[in-house]
Design a protein around this ligand. Structure first.
Ligand code: PLP
Length: 445
């Protein structure tokens, strides 16, 4: 189909191309039971990933002091944000029944962004496989604190790990891979912030700067890695391991909500709003949540209106065969963690029957909400991390959202909904830079 035909036949497609804020309900969503029949992955894979992270916990605890309190488990807490929710009500002039929480991946140990879930998992899995194949580990029952020994470091120093990134994936991969002793080469796209490059170089990472977008930086990294048999490429576009690392976040939320006395069942649904770049983190977490909570959890991903690659891929069902530039979307955004012009085909096709929908946020809205989140809740977030936060307002404000509540029999129990916006990064942003973000945000009031 041509772009013109899409504009004529797909609801809201024109608005998407015009970079307007939209709220989209996924017409291809199915029940979890149905969707599960079509994919190759299951709860067993999530549990396998979770167990691997537990095996490494003693090593992580002794290597990264900020994981001491959690015994080497890389996890974040949730915060109720009632003042911010009240502000959304005022700003968008819409009632938002129920409670609203923020998932604090902005404060994840080691790397301070959601990437610490997927990227660190993939590096650990690769290290474990190498250690087993080469006889350094006898079995997965060994004591994994040996990963901090000189012998292991020497061994891993023969190997290289490569990644292409807008910045945050590089921080997570680079920090863990260097801690294990790997050589690390990171290809940075044009969005990458100076402090992220400096942070990595201080840790002995080779940083290669590209004056091109994320998709190009990834291609460069992949080429370089392929040329070296001792090199491993963390592939944000295709990696199953990265995806599985993220799913564990969904699994662990269950206990966390139980501990906080928050019920999730048919009468008390959970609505989750996830910032989306290439799709791995919102996809993986949604997959995990759906396995845990079944049809009682509703998951929406959120993208910059200027970088709506997952929406473009899903609406047209062209997945990674279409790029924002193909429909003249500008492809520049302050939400640098989401600056991905072409989505992951692997994630888009896998998640097509699970995502409940998605929405877009303007550049100004992200900065405005950033400043307000700081002012009202004292939580400093990076621009990408705000993308999910207007979700509850968009749900109740848009015709599509209202219809969605009706179609799912939720219109009369909306006061029972728990809204959870996933905050995906912020704690590592230098103070000066955060001040500039907040000042820029205030200018949009
Ligand atoms: C990468 C990133 C995301 C999105 O994750 P994807 O796997 O790229 O979809 C969201 N927020 C921040 C801060 C990120 O760095």
């Amino acid at each position: 189909m041509s772009i013109q035909e899409w504009k004529e036949t797909i609801p809201q497609f024109s608005a998407l191309c015009d970079m307007e804020e939209i709220f989209w309900v996924n017409p291809n969503k199915e029940s979890v039971e149905e969707a599960n029949r079509k994919v190759d992955y299951s709860m067993d894979d999530i549990l396998d990933a979770s167990k691997r992270l537990e095996r490494f916990a003693p090593f992580i605890k002794m290597t990264f002091s900020d994981t001491e309190d959690t015994n080497g488990i890389i996890e974040s807490f949730i915060t109720e944000i009632s003042d911010f929710k009240q502000y959304l009500t005022d700003l968008y002039d819409v009632e938002i029944p129920g409670k609203m929480y923020l998932k604090r991946d902005d404060s994840l140990p080691i790397a301070g962004t959601i990437k610490a879930r997927g990227a660190i998992y993939e590096v650990l899995k690769h290290a474990e496989a190498l250690a087993l194949d080469n006889g350094l580990l006898e079995s997965i029952k060994d004591d994994y604190t040996c990963f901090s020994s000189e012998e292991f470091h020497q061994f891993f120093s023969q190997y290289q790990i490569v990644v292409g990134t807008t910045g945050n994936l590089g921080i997570s991969v680079g920090t863990m891979a260097r801690a294990l002793g790997f050589n690390v080469v990171i290809h940075m796209s044009v969005e990458a912030k100076e402090w992220k490059k400096a942070f990595l170089r201080e840790r002995g990472v080779t940083v290669i700067e590209h004056n091109t977008n994320f998709t190009e930086a990834v291609n460069q990294g992949r080429q370089e890695s392929l040329a070296n048999p001792n090199s491993y490429f963390v592939d944000d576009e295709h990696s199953v391991d990265l995806f599985m690392g993220y799913t564990v976040g969904g699994l662990r939320l269950k206990t966390q909500l139980e501990d906080a006395g928050i019920t999730v069942d048919k009468e008390h649904p959970l609505f989750v709003y996830l910032p989306c770049g290439i799709g791995g983190s919102p996809g993986g977490i949604t997959f995990g949540l759906k396995q845990v909570f079944g049809d009682n959890v509703y998951c929406f991903f959120s993208e910059p209106a200027h970088m709506s690659s997952m929406l473009l891929g899903l609406m047209t069902q062209n997945y990674d065969k279409i790029n924002v530039n193909d429909v003249n979307i500008e492809g520049k955004t302050v939400m640098d963690g989401l600056a991905v012009p072409q989505t992951s085909g692997f994630v888009a096709e896998l998640m097509e029957h699970y995502f409940d929908g998605g929405f877009t946020v303007s550049e100004d809205a992200s900065m405005h909400l950033l400043a307000k989140m700081y002012e009202l809740e004292d939580i400093p977030l990076e621009p990408a991390a705000l993308a999910g936060t207007p979700g509850p307002a968009k749900l109740h404000l848009s015709e599509e959202g209202q219809q969605f509540l009706k179609d799912n029999g939720l219109e009369n129990i909306s006061q029972n909904i728990t809204h959870l916006a996933w905050a995906t990064g912020g704690s590592m942003v230098p103070v000066e830079e955060m001040k500039e973000f907040i000042e820029a945000g205030k200018e949009t009031y």
